[in-house]
Design a protein around this ligand. Structure first.
Ligand code: 0PR
Length: 395
């Protein structure tokens, strides 16, 4: 560190230079995040110092967090049950704001583990969970951190988890199942109702990773059953910093009942609250304010319009890609397209080096993965397809 402080001018001129190295979202077709909504940014600034790690000091930010959880609970069809003795929540709407899908997934599985091992039960057993092969890599972190085996079930031809494969992996040490509502690579929704049946029959927890899909599926024309309406679902991850248009870091984890969240409790003797359920200590109150503001501002109608816009871009991309002879791996369910192109890795590289398009690749089979977000435009899609045509014509 420098001995003497630099001037504001020097610092900001450096910051501006460095920011030019970042990719602005123009020509980004690989991201599940986007430019946060203006209202979210303003609210974030207003609560910039608020720390949700010490709730007693930031009662206002905490109130916003609870209101966000309530709104998310309603979006995800919470069943309201008054819990007279619930310490952490007055009603069954229960959860907290995380840093994103990774933390939500880790905490959901940690709660399963704590509940089955409390009081020293199952000591020595290597417990496991069954996830779809398409699960996000955050579950690899779960395996590594918690010593839990993560078993990966096969996918069917439409990239949904295969229920027979899930069933065949369940054994005496299985504690829970995971379903994905909007998987990272294909945007596909797993058969959550069938997973729920399996979970209930085998007395297992069922976590739904709707980090991306949570702010998409409720606003699609076609209904999908993926949330607390499905009886076996015990927890859901949903990320306001993806299609919720909030600021980073804004994730959320919701539980069916306080019973699950209580299992995450550690004592915090010198804080203004007696215990904490979160993974991180210090937490952004600004994220709670940003998420509150954008959800209130847009309402269901605003999110529906946002999803309609992204789905129109998706339909346009697929239609025009087909005209060029490129087929999607599946008919897109949400605003994620996996496009079959010759030599996808090379195409990806050339799209970037020749035309500055950022796209990604699905693992298996390898295809171009495109995420159509609010920062993309119809004009971008046309340009992108022309560039794709040029590159593939030269191959
Ligand atoms: N669950 C699902 C289904 C996800 O798609 C993701 C992230 C996560 C969990 C983890 O969420 P956090 O990254 O918020 O912890 N999906 C994208 C991915 O890893 C995230 C992303 C966003 C990647 C923007 C790139 C990017 O530019 O592919």
């Amino acid at each position: 560190m420098n001995e003497q402080g630099l001037s504001e001018k020097e610092i900001f001129s450096y910051l501006e230079d460095v920011k030019s190295e970042d990719t602005d979202y123009y020509r980004v077709l690989s991201s599940m995040c986007t430019q946060p909504h203006r209202i979210a940014v303003e609210a974030h600034r207003l609560f910039i110092e608020a720390n949700l790690g010490d709730l007693g000091l930031f009662a206002g930010a905490y109130r916003l967090e609870k209101e966000v959880i309530q709104m998310l609970g309603e979006l995800l069809h919470f069943q309201y049950v008054e819990i007279p003795s619930g310490e952490s929540c007055k009603s069954s709407v229960c959860g907290y704001l995380t840093t994103g899908g990774t933390e939500s997934n880790i905490q959901a599985i940690r709660s399963m583990k704590n509940l089955v091992t409390e009081g020293g039960k199952r000591a020595g057993d290597v417990l496991n969970i069954v996830v779809p092969e398409s699960a996000h890599f955050s579950f690899d972190k779960v395996a590594n951190m918690m010593g839990i085996e993560v078993k990966r079930a096969l996918l069917d031809s439409e990239f949904r988890v295969d229920i027979e494969s899930v069933e065949s992996l369940i054994d005496a040490n299985t504690i829970g199942l995971v379903g994905i509502a909007g998987n990272t690579e294909f945007g596909q929704v797993d058969p959550i109702e069938e997973l729920s049946k399996l979970a209930l029959e085998n007395e297992l927890f069922l976590h739904v990773d709707a980090a991306f899909g949570g702010f998409v599926i409720p606003f699609l024309e076609k209904p999908y059953f993926f949330d607390f309406k499905v009886p076996g679902v015990t927890s859901i991850a949903i990320d306001p910093h993806k299609m919720g248009l909030s600021t980073i870091p804004s994730g959320a984890l919701l539980f069916k009942s306080p019973f699950f969240m209580d299992s995450l409790k550690v004592n915090t003797p010198y804080l203004t609250t007696k215990s904490q359920f979160t993974l991180t200590g210090t937490r952004s109150g600004a994220s709670a304010a940003a998420t509150y503001a954008v959800m209130k501002y847009l309402g269901r109608e605003g999110y529906r319009r946002n999803v309609q816009y992204c789905m129109q871009l998706t339909a346009k991309l697929v239609k025009e890609a087909r005209e060029l002879g490129f087929e999607p791996l599946i008919e897109p369910v949400m605003n994620v397209v996996a496009l079959r192109v010759p030599n996808p890795d090379l195409v990806r590289e050339q799209l970037l080096t020749k035309f500055s398009w950022n796209v990604s690749i699905t693992r298996s089979p390898r295809s171009l993965r495109l995420v159509l977000m609010p920062h993309n435009t119809a004009h971008d899609i046309e340009e992108f397809l022309q560039d794709l045509r040029k590159i593939t014509a030269e191959l």
